[in-house]
Design a protein around this ligand. Structure first.
Ligand code: MN3
Length: 213
């Protein structure tokens, strides 16, 4: 198991909610403290709890304690909640109070190779993330076939995923992520997100993935 990617904890047979990597108030002006606390302590925590509940149902099906008919619903709940847990772990490390610097080294090279330029990346990311229908995510990930970086949208936490494509940067566009500050102006939130990206952590995830493969 790659312990660098993603930085989600799993201890004693349970998924664990990691602490925020900074104080909730420190993400100003991107996000206000109340939004960050509700998002982490309530929403993210509920996905961790949901993933553990679904995994427990599957364990009880395996031991014969529950009827196998319980398994399909549990796997679909696991996909939703574990997807949410992993994406939120990535989200907290996609932004930072010190974010906004330019990517360096092979991450900068990969962006140029994949999108032509940083502006090319931002243009595609902004457009795709803005267009995600309802609740979902804008994602930058490594295409396992071409080795290029790709931008794509995920609906909810797990629909429209590309098999094998590992996200290195994610933007949560569920309304709970931005509504208190930006109301219905998702575009303003995405623009602010783009200027608070933690490129250092994004670079570490790219390195972790490339060393795995
Ligand atoms: Mn969320």
């Amino acid at each position: 198991m790659n312990t660098n990617y993603p930085t989600c904890a799993y201890r004693d047979g349970h998924y664990v909610l990691p602490p925020l990597p900074y104080d909730a108030a420190d993400l100003e002006p991107l996000l206000d403290e109340q939004t960050v606390l509700l998002h982490h302590d309530k929403h993210h925590a509920s996905y961790v709890a949901g993933a553990n509940e679904a995994a427990d149902i599957l364990r009880r099906v395996q031991t014969g304690e529950l009827d196998p008919a319980a398994a399909p619903d549990a796997t679909s709940r696991l996909a939703f909640n574990l997807g949410g847990h992993i994406l939120h772990c990535l989200y907290w490390e996609s932004i930072s109070p010190e974010g906004g610097e330019q990517p360096m080294g092979d991450l900068a090279d990969a962006i140029d190779r994949s999108f032509g330029s940083m502006e090319g990346f931002k243009k595609v990311f902004r457009s795709v993330t803005l267009a995600v229908q309802g609740s979902g995510w804008g994602v930058l990930g490594v295409d396992p076939v071409s080795g290029l970086l790709r931008v794509f949208g995920i609906c909810r936490h797990h629909d429209a995923l590309i098999p094998g494509l590992l996200p290195i940067l994610v933007c949560d566009v569920w309304e709970h992520a931005y509504y208190l500050r930006y109301h219905n102006n998702r575009a303003a939130y995405i623009n602010s997100f783009l200027s608070h990206i933690d490129w250092k952590h994004t670079h570490q995830r790219l390195t972790a993935i490339c060393h795995e493969s």
